[in-house]
Design a protein around this ligand. Structure first.
Ligand code: PFF
Length: 451
């Protein structure tokens, strides 16, 4: 069977950046920053992304492009004995399951964004009953949460059913530029409001005293989540990439876009918090730290939008459209991991594979929605704090210890012979073999609160 491919470098970049840029950038990066030391967190996050996440990203892209296979098939192709075959199965299936777990909670949060997107629409059309219903979801009243989770999952499935070029690439190339435009317009608006400059200062001026091991490990977890690492998403996208491309360069562009947009989103969210304060909203919690997490996105910001009068409705719509788009281009990349596995290893058609994986994941989301208190945090932490970094170690080990070094170098140099003598080639193979796994293991010692 003919495998799909991205039709152009731009298409790949939009799709991979679409995967990387998501709620992790626009929600958890700014809120993590608000919680842990403002500028100090930003500085550490930027450094760690380039020291650790970028090399791990390169491991995934390289394996994917070399093997042209889904995550399980790819690792199986690299394996060369019984032990490494078992390791390939464990890491590969672990990636498929973890991608499914991440999507199951991500779709719930994305559902919140969708429901809030309709609030201004209900306000403008005067449907007050609908408006009240849209924001009425809670752990004790999860009906509307479930409804919007299901709608979001259906959208994700519709795009994935269309395949690589007509689904993932086409939609990412449409949605990513609109995301950027919305972000820039919102920043310009917020910056002109009273209070914004105080926020900018908190965001940008690092206080060195805030740097501690908690912050370090927290920032590392954030950068792995943000670059979609560990679960095979980038590996699968790399497998749809032509052998003509210069991988280290493409990977670097991707990492730059991802941190660039996270950083830019901070320019929106943190100043917006202080604009809300100037408009009379409480932005510190009882413990004296900045309000973060769902309360920031679903309470502080909406109350800021309300205080802006009628323009507030447009701003609210633009903001939740931005969030929903960011979530959708990420969720499709998560679903592609199990779908490509079912197509290539289990012989299903794309439509069938999408239906099977999509409905199983929606069932898992439903279980979480209706047992929110017990399951949500557990699934988020298990997938992002433990499994993602652990699988990241597994992928680095495949590149560093199982893949023959000469073949690795040949594979990267394919399409870009100049890479052979580059600094990247001198450092990266050794780096990904020893430093990356060791340092990622450090993350596991730490609990990261993403949402
Ligand atoms: N990188 C996405 C974000 O920042 O929101 C989250 C994500 C996407 C994680 C895809 C894992 C994944 F496979």
């Amino acid at each position: 069977m003919q495998r799909g491919q991205f039709s152009s470098r731009f298409g790949f970049l939009m799709a991979a950046a679409g995967s990387a840029v998501g709620l992790g950038n626009i929600w958890s990066f700014p809120t993590n920053t608000a919680e842990s030391g403002g500028g100090a967190f930003v500085a550490v996050y930027l450094i760690l992304t380039f020291l650790l996440a970028y090399p791990a990203l390169m491991a995934e892209l390289t394996i994917g492009r070399h093997t042209q296979s889904n995550v399980v098939g790819a690792l199986d192709k690299l394996a060369n004995g019984t032990a490494s075959r078992i390791a390939a199965r464990t890491v590969g299936l672990g990636g498929v399951i973890t991608a499914a777990m991440i999507l199951s909670f991500y779709a719930i949060v994305a559902g919140w964004m969708l429901s809030y997107l309709f609030v201004p629409v209900a306000q403008i059309t005067g449907l007050t009953g609908v408006e009240a219903w849209l924001t009425s979801g809670s752990p004790d009243n999860p009906g509307n949460w479930w409804f919007f989770t299901a709608i979001f999952s259906a959208l994700t499935m519709l795009i994935i059913m269309k395949g690589i070029e007509n689904g993932i690439e086409k939609w990412s190339s449409r949605l990513m530029p609109s995301l950027l435009t919305l972000l820039v317009v919102l920043i310009i608006y917020v910056m002109t409001q009273p209070g914004a400059m105080t926020g900018l200062q908190v965001y940008l001026v690092p206080n060195i005293a805030d740097i501690n091991t908690d912050l370090l490990l927290n920032a590392l977890g954030q950068s792995f989540f943000s670059l979609s690492l560990g679960v095979g998403t980038m590996l699968v996208y790399g497998s749809y990439l032509s052998k003509q491309e210069n991988l280290p360069k493409l990977g670097a562009s991707l990492a730059l876009i991802d941190v660039g947009i996270a950083f830019t989103a901070g320019l929106l969210i943190i100043p917006a918090l202080f604009v809300a304060q100037a408009a009379g909203t409480e932005i510190y919690n009882e413990a004296g730290s900045l309000i973060a997490g769902p309360d920031l996105i679903l309470q502080v910001l909406p109350s800021l939008f309300d205080s802006m009068g009628s323009i507030g409705m447009i701003v609210a719509f633009a903001f939740f459209a931005l969030m929903s788009i960011a979530a959708l281009t990420s969720s499709i990349s998560m679903l592609e991991v199990p779908v490509s596995y079912l197509i290539e290893q289990r012989g299903m058609t794309r439509v069938r594979a999408t239906q099977v994986a999509g409905s199983l994941i929606l069932a898992l989301s439903s279980l979480i929605v209706f047992n929110f208190g017990a399951l949500f945090g557990l699934v988020v932490d298990t997938a992002t704090v433990w499994l993602q970094p652990l699988l990241g170690v597994g992928l680095c080990i495949f590149v560093g210890w199982i893949w023959h070094r000469n073949s690795l170098i040949e594979s990267i140099a394919e399409g870009a012979p100049e890479v052979r003598n580059s600094l990247f080639m001198k450092i990266w193979p050794t780096y990904v073999k020893f430093f990356c796994p060791a340092l990622i293991l450090l993350v596991l010692a730490q609990t990261v609160n993403l949402f």
